[in-house]
Design a protein around this ligand. Structure first.
Ligand SMILES: *Cc1c(COP(=O)(O)O)cnc(C)c1O
Length: 335
């Protein structure tokens, strides 16, 4: 039997309707700026975020890096969560390629960085220090929706001190669907946003960076420099346009399946499962039970990631029946 693949929401196959949309897409050469599908996608995602402009990029990592490098110069720094993707999971790109110094700050369990810590980390204008230029947040963070009141306060604090703000919104639409707030409202306090189409939205590749026209103009130069200028990229943009049309509201199904999984794993000794906000379920396991767990689950037909903290991610290619099949398998492995 086909394994239930809960490693990530990136493992999805394009649906037949998405492939059809990709086949039909009108194409141009996006480096010349004349790919109609890329242009349509950029306009659509900018409108959904209520910003002026957008830039289609191959990956979320490149999208964040274009954003950081468009906001910061060599010798500037950005404030970022200790466990944030833009700091911890992107190969140090901001430092390596942008000469931008990260100032990582400890996060609370809900993903927030205390406002006092943000305030204290903003360096005075003094030759000893890097210039603090940017605050970068992430929503969803570890599958949790950031409290919007916190987002508003943190961005107001940053702007009040002359910093720009960037949101890594790889799973922005999960946050929008889970909170019942439009994406535009969630990103309103930010100067720029990165959104992934290849996670819960289910496309083969592609992300977008969104912001003011002037900012996107600078990011466009960076994208070219990083080697991210693509030609008939409309085949991918068409998949993203299809996903924005058909795969946003259905994220609620992924969230319901995550809750079903979390509920199904309650009541086991030495195992704790937090109720998921969106499509990611973390299962904490005492060390005595953790040995070889991922491999044993794989042998039993359920794929996940982690060690003491297993991570299960629901997505487009996992239905309710798959979760119902996975629950007893995982329970048996955790027993
Ligand atoms: C997946 C992800 C990204 C981008 O990852 P790519 O694999 O480069 O597309 C950025 N931030 C977060 C929070 C992510 O989950």
């Amino acid at each position: 039997m086909k394994p239930v693949d809960l490693r990530s929401d990136t493992v999805t196959q394009p649906t037949p309707a998405m492939r059809e949309a990709m086949m039909r897409a009108p194409l141009g050469d996006d480096v010349f700026g004349d790919d109609p599908s890329v242009n349509a996608l950029q306009e659509r995602i900018a409108a959904l975020c209520a910003k002026e402009a957008a830039l289609f990029v191959p990956t979320g990592t490149m999208s964040n890096l274009c954003g950081l490098m468009a906001h910061c110069q060599r010798g500037d720094e950005y404030l970022v969560g200790q466990m944030a993707h833009t700091y911890r999971w992107e190969g140090g790109g901001a430092a390596v390629l942008g000469s931008i110094q990260p100032q990582p700050l400890a996060q609370q369990p809900d993903g927030s960085i205390p406002l006092a810590d943000i305030e204290a980390a903003i360096k005075p204008d003094d030759a000893h220090f890097a210039r603090t230029r940017l605050l970068a947040l992430e929503n969803t963070w570890g599958g949790q929706v950031l409290p919007q009141a916190y987002v508003d306060q943190a961005c107001a604090l940053a702007h009040g001190r002359g910093l720009a703000t960037h949101l890594d919104g790889a799973r922005l639409f999960n946050a929008a669907v889970a909170s019942g707030r439009p994406a535009a409202e969630l990103v309103a306090p930010f100067d720029s946003v990165s959104v992934c189409f290849s996670k819960g939205l289910g496309t083969p590749a592609g992300s977008a960076l969104v912001g003011s026209r002037e900012f996107i103009g600078r990011a466009h130069r960076v994208r070219k420099m990083l080697g991210g200028g693509m030609r008939q990229a409309g085949v991918l943009a068409a998949a993203a346009l299809h996903a924005l049309e058909h795969h946003v509201a259905r994220l609620a199904e992924d969230h319901a399946n995550a809750r079903l999984l979390a509920e199904g794993l309650q009541g086991l000794d030495g195992v704790s499962v937090a109720p998921p906000h969106t499509n990611i379920v973390f299962v904490d396991v005492v060390p005595a039970k953790a040995a070889g767990l991922v491999e044993r689950l794989k042998a039993a037909g359920v794929l996940c990631t982690g060690l003491y903290r297993l991570r299960f991610v629901t997505h487009l290619d996992v239905g309710r029946a798959d979760i119902e099949r996975a629950v007893p398998v995982i329970r048996a492995a955790l027993h």
